[in-house]
Write a protein of this length. Sequence first.
Length: 552
Amino acid sequence: MAETARKTHTIGDKLLGTFQTIRMRVLALVIISVLTPSLLGGLLAIRHLDSILKEQVYQILSRNAERHALHLSQWFANRVSDVRAFTSSYLLNEDVSALLSGAKGQARVRYLASIDRYLTYLLEDNASFTGFAIVTGDGARLAAQPEDILSDIVSDDFLENLGTDPKILELPNGRLPRIIVGQALPGQPEEGRVFFIGSLNPEPIQYSLYNDLPNHSTAYIINERGTIRGITDPELFEKQIPQNTTGLLSTDGRTLEYMGLTGEKVVGTSFAIELLPWRLILETPRKMAFLPLTYFRGQLTLMTVILSAILLIPALLLARTIIIPLEELSRVARSIRSGKPGTQVSINPRGELGEFVATFNRMSSSLKMSMEEVQAINNQLRVMSITDPLTGRYNRRFINDHIRRELKLAQRTGQPVSVLMIDLDNFKEYNDRHGHIAGDEALRKLGDVLVDQVRETDVVARYGGEEFLVYLSHTNTEGARQVAEKLREAVEQTSFSLKGEDTRITISVGVATAHEEVSTYEDLVDHADKAMYRAKAEGRNLVQAFSGPDLS
């Protein structure tokens, strides 16, 4: 009896151990998924269906509205470009200039006829325009095609705001929008300017609303006063826009549900149309937009209710033993990927999954230690790459890159920058007299003196040999000369104790400042170098500022 109980217990332990393996857990999950795919699909769908499908409906509606708005914006932009091209005509500007210069008689008739022919040619070749006119600053017509195009389309305010770039304006004009584009002719004097006016054809605006419009949808354009300027259903043209659309007008792509123009619940969105204070609104009946959602939700709800009663317990067990640990692992992995190495999995499942979690945690800890070591090495290498090993000051590579960046910034801001080229006087004789070790010590101490005497925003670097380069931000030539003199005096007054003997050194300093003709790093350093050599030539222990080619 005891033997039988022991064998039964052993078999039970083996079965339990087998079931706790990842393979068996996944097998059980696969069996349940194969037998009842609708359950798992239904549970996930019911949980996420509303938000996912609603978001899809909103995105589709928003993309359609954005596409229509971009199409209209591009159409207006093209018309503005057309007007810019029309006004650049050499012959047109020559004819207008001749008229303004006082051409009379047959000459004046000839110039006006030439302008009329040009406007006629433009009108015949551009279906996007219904007419063109050339007017003076007081609104007087020089030429127009057709003749009545100027009736009520030009206002003094509009002409006063025109410049050499085209401007676009909507005119009050009943049911259909009337839009004009105007621009001052280039090359004309400020007083007595002449303007080119083009009247746009509203039909392409109306036609663009129908292009690829979603089924059962309504698209319309409103201006800043809330007046409809174009709509897909002409019967709705005189309708007042719904008050609930106010929330759409503040942000492009915002989607709301409200009572639409047709009096039914709709899903709507809007986008601004560039160059005019217009917005395009696109509305789709809510029941049509969410029809697939309603049908699918009902089917899945019924299926989920039936199957969940049968498989609720197995599903919960599987979620507890497999899904939850895997989700935790995924969460920790994402945390590590986002830059938080060392994050640990907090749960401790049994079996192989538990061993995997433990191994994962150890790897996470090891990764954190390795990354900290690599970061420390990288920081050390970076310091070494930009530092002169002898003086501890920045090296030539760093100062080169730094000055190039600062010059670009200075060119944008207009702030002056200067550099000082510093060279130890008679350094070779100093080395011969005191030895190279003493020379190295002198270079180190010189670097310390320079750093102590300049601002924190300035940069001191060993440029090479016994030369140092100092970058002075926000400093003009006079300011740089004062700093250079300060450095020269500080070095001259500093005593260098070498092998018990006090010695002194002097420096020669060249000053150069960036300006419009000296805007590159190479020119700036070259000028400072030439100024430094002039200081040496004139007796050393001097400061010279670059002032022209005579320093070369």
